[in-house]
Design a protein around this ligand. Structure first.
Ligand code: PLP
Length: 416
């Protein structure tokens, strides 16, 4: 039974946001309004507590409302929250330095924006500027965001077709196939853009060495490699950045999501000296009013410090391995429902045998007050991206409930 307040909020969604979205949420049994959040829990306005295993699509690496990030943001709020844009901005300089320190190889310069898609847009522009070339190679099934440039790089027709014509000069190749990439990159390619693990595509982990091969292909042809670490970065996969797994340094990197510590929206375009050349010659070719504001940059600096101080890379790696092992056990027990579990660190995808099972599992889990969701480009994959700080006892509870939900799904799978 819904309270008056919840009913009113949903009515406003119907009337002022999107009636179809409101209907879909209702259909999935999502009858809660967010009230407050802390750590790995979200409490609705009726006092019901959910365990957040989705982590805002990967945003909540530190959990919700980490006190050190909140404190840093509060300090900025009460001193100077937004930048005047003319004087120097200390928080932005500090964050750029911190990013140069934690990113691999020659990545040195940062430009700050407010979202993942803006970070990708910026990488595409910077790559064209640096190489004076116009073409890009991306991967099929990739997700890079939904503004025009990022959407052109995104590899799923469902999201692209209604908005055509998109940008010219993009080719999409099979993800994980270095030979296909090599065949597609030529002397006019400005850059290759890849996710180190495809997130929305269904948590697709490429073969070991793929990114290193991609970098070598780019180098041979004078193109740049852009790593889209919007979802995989800032500790998600058990390292600062997922490219570290392949021991490779891209020329450009897009970061966002967890960079704001789960408290502020922020994105970054991070580049090498070579990639930055065009911007060094003409610094105002790319600008942003809100980008680099003190609130967001203070959150970024605090988030990076918290990850260091609380050893979150190691904790995320260990918690992720524990969760994945538990899910693999469930997969082995119910092969009619789960066909594969994959991922790295706290970025885990559970591939289902049938598309219909995704919606059912998600609803069952939300009934049990555990938030999970399927991936945007692939409804057959349920994704778990819990905060890196989630303790073992909570993971045990999640696994127990997930096993129950899979068991229920197994009983009705024939009808899905
Ligand atoms: N790139 C990747 C790899 C993503 O996963 C996402 C979002 O899911 C984006 C870009 C777009 O980020 P945003 O939603 O902040 O625009």
């Amino acid at each position: 039974k819904m309270s008056n307040f919840v009913e009113k909020t949903i009515n406003k969604y119907e009337k002022y946001i999107n009636p179809a979205q409101a209907k879909l949420f209702r259909f999935m049994g999502l009858g809660s309004v967010e009230g407050s959040a802390e750590g790995w829990t979200i409490t609705d306005t009726e006092g019901k507590q959910f365990i957040d295993c989705l982590g805002g699509y990967g945003m909540f690496a530190l959990g919700h409302r980490h006190p050190k990030v909140v404190e840093a943001v509060e300090h900025a709020l009460h001193t100077m929250p937004m930048c005047g844009k003319v004087l120097f901005n200390r928080q932005m300089a500090d964050l750029a330095e911190a990013l140069a320190d934690i990113t691999p190889g020659v990545l040195q310069y940062s430009f700050f924006v407010n979202s993942g898609t803006e970070a990708v847009e910026g990488c595409l522009k910077v790559a064209r500027l640096a190489t004076k070339r116009t073409k890009f190679v991306a991967a099929k099934n990739a997700f890079h965001g939904k503004t025009f440039g990022s959407l052109t790089a995104t590899g799923r027709d469902l999201y692209r077709d209604p908005f055509k014509p998109l940008l010219d000069g993009f080719t999409h190749v099979e993800y994980g196939d270095a030979a296909a990439l090599d065949a597609a990159v030529d002397e006019e390619t400005a850059a290759v853009i890849l996710e180190p693990i495809q997130g929305e595509g269904g948590i697709i982990v490429p073969p070991d060495g793929y990114l290193r091969q991609a970098k070598a292909i780019c180098e041979a042809k004078g193109a740049l490699l852009i790593a889209d670490e919007v979802q995989t970065g800032i500790g998600r996969t058990g390292d600062w950045f997922c490219v570290n797994h392949d021991n490779v340094a891209p020329d450009l990197m897009a970061s966002a999501k967890a960079l704001g510590g789960g408290v502020m929206p922020i994105g970054a375009i991070i580049g090498s000296e070579r990639a930055w050349q065009g911007l060094i010659e003409a610094p105002f070719l790319h600008t942003s009013t809100f980008g680099g504001n003190q609130l967001a940059c203070a959150a970024g600096v605090a988030a990076i410090n918290v990850i260091k101080e609380e050893d979150l890379l190691r904790r995320g790696r260990e918690a992720g391995a524990y969760l994945k092992a538990g899910l693999e056990k469930i997969a082995a027990e119910f092969p009619t429902v789960v066909s594969e579990v994959r991922g790295r660190g706290m970025m885990i995808g559970i591939e289902l045998t049938k598309e219909g099972a995704g919606g059912m599992l998600m609803s069952l889990m939300i009934d049990k007050c555990i938030i999970v969701a399927y991936t945007l480009n692939n409804p057959k994959v349920i994704r778990m991206e819990p905060p890196l700080i989630m303790p073992k006892e909570v993971i045990d509870h999640v696994l127990e409930e997930f096993r129950d939900a899979v068991k229920t799904t197994a009983e009705v799978i024939e009808d899905l």
